[in-house]
Design a protein around this ligand. Sequence first.
Ligand code: 5AD
Ligand code: SF4
Length: 474
Amino acid sequence: MNLPDLKEAKVRTNKEIKIIRDDYKVPENMEKIGEGKKYYLKTYGCQMNVHDSENIKAILEDMSFKETIEMEDADIIILNTCAIRENAHNKMFGFLGRVKHLKQSKKDIICGICGCMAQEETVVDDLKNKYKWVDIVFGTHNIHKLPEILEESINKQKQEIEVFSIEGDVYEGIPVKRDSKYKAWVNIQYGCDKFCTYCIVPYTRGKQRSRLPIDIINEVKELVKDGYKEVTLLGQNVNAYGKDLDINYTMSNLLEETAKTGIERVRFVTSHPWDFDDEMIDVIAKYDNIMPYIHLPLQSGSDRILKLMGRRYTKEKYLELFNKIKNRVPNVSITTDIIVAFPGETEEDFKDTLDVVNKCKYDSAFTFIYSPRVGTPAALMKNDLTEEEKNRRLYELNEVVNKYANEANQKYMGKIVKVLLESPSEKEGRLMGYTDTMKLVNVDADSSYLGKIVDVEITDVKTWSLDGKIIEKV
Ligand code: 5AD
Ligand code: SF4
């Protein structure tokens, strides 16, 4: 058993990061363990988790399990959890109640918990003491060890907890079962060293570790060969890509090399304004296949709060960067993340945030009420705001954000845009996809259009999506 340790998770040393290429294997006696059995995997949280789930699926299938989308049919249920805010916690524990209920009538079901919550000391204490019926718990650093962890739990017939809080290495060669045949997530970096004072990620995901450029580029080239149209380069702070490697190679180099593979669309998330340099903006502007869409988290518009958050930029610096991107990248769409009611946020601070939103007129924004995370510095800061006040600020912010999101969408009316049609819409006979600028578009089309990038004329505009019709080329 290995339990998470918050103190250990905080440590950053100069230890060289190892690239480990041969650590994944399915023990022979586990290869057929899932024959005739099904797995159900539920994913919470960000794209990083979504992509980790693609690895977990492939690992389970290497053990002969087949996927089911009905939890009741499953023999093994895995919850890939998120720790970013309290409500992610609550959702997962709520769902765990349903699993417990099912396990009462179907005793042999195996239940596993992984992801960011599995890296939290308090959560794992609870799982150890109050949820002994949960069979396996594994962390974000050792997904590839799932076969061994499962084997151990089956052999011992008791709860198996294997979570590591040490800084972690980079594991190559972990299998992946991608959810889409047309667009793919590609990890370029794990972990985060920014330690924004509200954020649990540097503790749950460990030290920033960049993959080697050659491994990333080879993965993209393989995807091109397999007919993929789009890749999204994934990391918590992609702009800092390469800074932990001793090879003088940055995110702008990686973006350029990725663009040159010939893949039709390149995206990347998520960007911290701190490391967003001019070279990167130049490369984005230069290559048509790097999509003009940037997620640029603001968090707060108040210099005082930004300082308390440890964000290392000011309102002025943020606006300068924002304007530079808008001026240099034609037709760029920019979205953001904003937290309201951070400890000590005054009305004036909040007004500063609204002021930035009014200046930037974001295409869209994800907005959150600050949620204290145990072990982070901000959780110790005093927060006098009432729940009513926190909700009022979120509501007021959303009103402004939605107004601009709607205005941004209105500009698309009658325009012809390129859309990668990626899956059926909710309505029959329709497909959905995204524009270069990440606008969701629904069109009337049959499944022969799936995976194609088509010209679409926008015929109707809603706040969160666009309707359009395919323009056939003659
Ligand atoms: N409370 C509220 N929102 C948070 N985020 C991260 N940590 C917290 C927290 N403790 C938000 C940030 C980040 C996004 C992924 O989640 O805005 O950019
Ligand atoms: Fe969290 Fe800040 Fe790292 Fe983003 S950059 S993951 S907000 S610590």
